[in-house]
Design a protein around this ligand. Sequence first.
Ligand code: NAD
Length: 295
Amino acid sequence: MKGVGFIGLGNMGGALASRLIGKVPLTVYDLNSELAMSWDKPEITVAKDLRELSRKCEIVLLCLPTSQDVSGVLIESNGISSSLRAGSLIIDMTTGDPGVTRNLSKCVSSFDISFIDAPVSGGPRGAREGSIAILVGGSKVEFKRAEKILRFISSNVIHAGSVGAGHSAKLGNNLLNLICRMGTYEVVSMLVKEGIKPSDAVSIIQKSSGRNYATEITLPDNILSGKMHQGFSTSLMEKDSSLALQMGASNDMEMALGTVANVLLERTIARYGRDADMSSVANLFEVETGARIRP
Ligand code: NAD
């Protein structure tokens, strides 16, 4: 197989890239050189800069915080579009902005480079287990071309539509995740005040018709366990919910539930900061309701 590059080795990118070790000739890069050097193993090349990565690879995956970061890596000065070989394929696994993604796709096509979006849902745990959902936006031909490598990462690869559709679907999903999450904290806090133990409240809902990702994974794994670390920052969730609300507005929709959930997220950020883990939403509910959910 041709050289495969992975740019962005953070909480999510690192978990995704680890699925490719030993399966493809892998070159990795991260702006954080200390983090990048922790990937220095016999079957992996750690590129010293983007130019070295682009010389070695014809398929490049990225998982960066925002579409602006992707844009910087691809097309700003020293961007890799000008140093990648013609015919290369870029797979953007960032949770990005569909509008920026469509523009980027046009822009790199002038270098004869293909671009698809392939954001993921299922957290670092789903990535490590190989079950994470990968939502792909791109033509059928490009989807086929990317499918083999994406299936090394997960068995759960879904073609959402043309370029940008993966990002639209992912933003919609994350807004729904936020709505369900906030709704779950609200109801669990109320049940705790009614005298039910937090773990019982969560498992009762999980076995009943209110079940959702928060009752199945988020609360049991991160809050009830006392771990208080999901590996997903409040600022990244806020990027996703804000982009999703903009997408709703551009389709003339009120987005009443999404707006309320986003207000609760903003309150979490005001109290715990933009670098806080999403688990800090539990602290917010405890402070605001007086019901203790953590052990
Ligand atoms: P993170 O902050 O943990 O990691 C981002 C990494 O990108 C960092 O290591 C940083 O050094 C690197 N980086 C930033 N700019 C760079 C550049 N110009 N060149 C090279 N490296 C650069 O973020 P994350 O949690 O891994 O999230 C990455 C993307 O995945 C985001 O778009 C996020 O919304 C999405 N996502 C995250 C999760 C999750 O649970 N963490 C789940 C689904 C989707």
